[in-house]
Design a protein around this ligand. Structure first.
Ligand SMILES: Nc1ncnc2c1ncn2[C@@H]1O[C@H](COP(=O)(O)OP(=O)(O)O)[C@@H](O)[C@H]1O
Ligand SMILES: [Mg+2]
Length: 325
């Protein structure tokens, strides 16, 4: 059995709005084994970002965790006091966001931003931190690394900025790297380079949890995949099984729309309808409103996430019947 570097257990998180409770994350369990890459896939608005932000302790008001645990290398981190959360963030667990322009400080040179974590978490002298930053810039493939330290974010291309973000996240050699749509803003060639880089980092022992609405990215990169729909995990398996034997109608819909997602959209054109309003979830299966196989039972009762063998789990009333795509 592989050791889990990150284990999310029955995590639920909601936004408490004037209209009511928006259940953005609903009883989510995710395991990230040591040295593996795990993907979360699903349409916009299904709760992917909120799941990982909750783990990082980065939910913004009126959002908050309402239940569950997150274990980082054997330590529960959701219940830690804020000060201890800060101490592990950027050190033991780090995050790369979708848009580097909004997460990098535009008025601070990137070298200073990258070395900050070393100074903060490792109390490293400036000259040594600078040497580490140059080495990390080289590791993530930033040309003329030394010179680049003194650039401002806007002086770099989108691809270079994303590399700076990854360098920043990796500088303290975290146990777990979380990447939320790390290549969505990039063109296909740069995307491929960044994905190769993440794979290499993982081969050095870092465990990665990556979010994407793009199944092509997930297929290239991940060892295991979780499919999320309306705040819940609806299917999970090793990547090969998920692509060869998808059992949930939603996963099948996602797979058949890979080509349209590839063209840059993030809406499915093969599954009619939209993700239900998380304020008013249907009583039964959340996908029932869009599912062509939907029967009475589906509308009335939420299916369990059922193990159909070898860790392949599916939340569908039909999955246990051994029916294949
Ligand atoms: N500030 C907020 N107030 C209320 N609801 C929110 C807020 N931010 C996000 N949500 C809800 O959380 C859901 C999940 O969002 P998110 O995790 O960002 O989705 P994803 O990353 O899968 O696109 C959204 O569908 C939205 O309804
Ligand atoms: Mg998101």
């Amino acid at each position: 059995m592989e050791k889990n570097m990150l284990e999310i257990r029955h995590l639920s998180a909601s936004f408490f709005t004037q209209k009511g409770e928006v259940k953005a994350v609903n009883d989510v369990c995710i395991e990230v084994p040591k040295g593996k890459i795990v993907g979360i896939v699903g349409e916009s608005g299904c709760g992917k970002s909120m799941t990982v932000r909750a783990c990082m302790g980065l939910l913004k008001y009126p959002g908050r965790v309402v239940g569950g645990e997150a274990w980082l290398d054997g330590k529960e981190i959701l219940s830690l006091p804020e000060k201890e959360k800060c101490a592990i963030r950027g050190d033991e667990i780090a995050m790369v966001f979708q848009d580097p322009m909004t997460s990098l400080n535009p008025v601070v040179r990137v070298g200073k931003q990258v070395t900050e974590a070393l100074r903060l978490h490792r109390n490293m002298p400036a000259a040594e931190a600078r040497r580490e930053a140059v080495a990390m810039f080289e590791a993530v493939g930033i040309p003329e690394a030394k010179k680049r330290l003194s650039s401002y974010p806007h002086q770099l291309s989108g691809g270079l900025r994303q590399r700076v973000m990854i360098a920043m996240a990796m500088i303290c050699h975290p146990k777990v790297l979380i990447a939320d749509e790390p290549t969505t803003a990039l063109d296909v060639t740069v995307e491929a380079q960044i994905l190769r880089l993440m794979k290499k980092l993982c081969s050095d022992g870092t465990s990665v949890l990556i979010i994407s609405h793009n199944l092509g990215v997930i297929a290239q990169l991940c060892d295991y995949v979780y499919v999320m729909y309306a705040g819940r995990i609806v299917e999970q398996a090793d990547t090969f099984t998920l692509f060869e034997e998808p059992l949930h109608p939603y996963t099948r819909g996602l797979l058949s729309s890979v080509s349209s997602l590839r063209r840059g959209g993030d809406k499915l054109d093969t599954i009619p309808g939209v993700v239900p309003n998380l304020l008013h979830l249907p009583a039964g299966c959340s996908f029932s409103l869009r599912c062509e196989r939907c029967e009475e039972k589906c509308r009335e009762c939420l299916p369990d996430l059922m193990d159909v063998g070898d860790g392949h789990k599916v939340r569908c009333h039909f999955a246990g019947r051994g029916e294949k795509a």
